[in-house]
Design a protein around this ligand. Structure first.
Ligand code: SF4
Ligand code: SF4
Length: 402
């Protein structure tokens, strides 16, 4: 059965709202993996009903985060191109029988184009109504430009908000700075508090790098204290950030930092499911064949209306918003990113965690191994963390069952 409630539960069930399009999953009981840690599901599926689209409203940003993958040119998306991108998304959804569309208003910093985000989302609402498709929309922001008026308008328009916060104080500031080198922590906290006061609960995206890992427990405690939904995402290397070698994750430090953060979570278990938010791209809530929907159920529009398979692969557009069947073209494209199923990954196909993990980000695997079907370079970290995530979720369910 599919309904709005299912979509509302979708984040908890499987799709995180980080800047990446993670594997989504059909609704299955939260104890799917808990019954037996050895359990391997018989019917893993990719998300059959949700088409996601990334709208790169601008390439401009007021921050210069060390791991950012955008070039920060002066390029903006125009209103006509934005509408054409929304048209292309709904055209694809109708052609391929999707029942829900999720729009991510992104950049660059999308709050620099906030009126455009509002206008496009209102337009998307008219198309969703016309085609009987469920619509979800989220603004992926650094938070620094948020105002109380924006919070109110987001609520009126039905938009959700995700804000990036990588640590407390200097830990955040060491990798998320303004162009003039100042840290952005104070403004980000102000934005989170402003959104909460205005009744809009932001999702917090925490990107973990070799530079920030020791500060992870502190920021996790901070979000738990405020009862904020959050996701823990690992830094992914790409060419623009390669010069920052200290961002790279070293297995032992990473595992130690993650387990310290998990210890804190164990002492303050939240109401929300933890299965899709505690171990990078993994989703232990339901079996799936791929880590993300790139190349399958995901359209990434750049400021000029060109369409790529992933926001980190925008240098290789495969079609544009005027294509009669953009999703069909994207799926059949052999250009750039390929996304094999985890069963097609030789090093993963015997792994007990394969349908929770999917083998990791294919772009990252390609960067590390030269192959899209290589296993994640974070595999050794994942294999330590996954049983711990299951254990935490078990404790959480027991706590709230009482
Ligand atoms: S990357 Fe590692 S943990 Fe993930 S499915 Fe492959 S072998 Fe298993
Ligand atoms: S290919 Fe990697 S970066 Fe792109 S959406 Fe998938 S997991 Fe995210």
């Amino acid at each position: 059965m599919f309904n709005q409630n299912l979509l509302n539960n979708h984040t908890a069930m499987g799709q995180c709202d980080c800047d990446c399009d993670c594997a989504c999953a059909i609704a299955l009981p939260n104890d799917w993996f808990i019954a037996s840690e050895e359990a391997v599901p018989s019917i893993p599926v990719d998300c059959p009903f949700l088409l996601a689209a990334w709208l790169h409203l601008t390439d401009r940003c007021n921050l210069r985060c060390d791991y950012c993958y955008t070039a920060h040119t002066a390029a903006d998306m125009s209103l006509p191109l934005g509408r054409a991108a929304i048209d292309a998304t709904f055209r694809s959804a109708v052609t391929h029988s999707y029942r829900a569309v999720k729009l991510k208003y992104a950049g660059g910093e999308p709050l620099l184009r906030f009126p455009l985000a509002l206008e496009l989302h209102r337009y998307a609402q008219t198309l969703a109504e016309k085609h009987g498709i469920i619509l979800d929309g989220i603004v992926l922001s650094n938070g620094t430009l948020l105002t109380a008026e924006m919070v109110e308008q987001m609520q009126t328009t039905g938009l959700r908000l995700m804000i990036s916060l990588d640590g407390i104080g200097a830990t955040h500031d060491c990798q998320r700075r303004y162009a003039d080198g100042r840290g952005s922590f104070a403004e980000v906290v102000r934005a989170i508090e402003m959104a909460q006061v205005g009744g809009l609960t932001p999702n917090i995206s925490i990107t973990i790098s070799g530079r920030s890992i020791e500060g992870l427990p502190e920021v996790v405690a901070w979000v738990l204290d405020r009862d904020l939904p959050f996701s823990l995402n690992f830094y992914r290397e790409y060419s623009c950030a390669a010069c920052h070698t200290d961002l790279s994750l070293e297995n032992e430090r990473m595992i130690a930092g993650m387990l310290s953060a998990y210890k804190l979570i164990e002492g303050n278990l939240p109401h929300r499911s933890l299965l899709a938010s505690l171990a990078d791209r993994a989703n232990l809530a339901a079996p799936h064949l791929r880590t993300c929907s790139a190349g399958q159920s995901y359209l990434v529009f750049d400021t000029q209306g060109r369409i790529s398979k992933c926001q980190m692969d925008m240098a290789y557009p495969v079609t544009d918003c005027h294509d009669p069947d953009p999703l069909g073209t994207l799926r059949s494209s052999t250009l750039g990113l390929q996304s094999p199923t985890v069963d097609e990954k030789e090093e993963c196909r015997e792994c007990q965690w394969r349908y929770a993990c999917g083998g990791g980000c294919p772009l990252q695997a390609h960067r590390a191994t030269g192959r899209y079907d290589g296993k994640s370079p974070y595999c050794a970290i994942y294999k330590v963390l996954y049983p711990e995530v299951v254990r935490l979720e078990k404790l959480r369910l027991l706590k709230y069952a009482e």
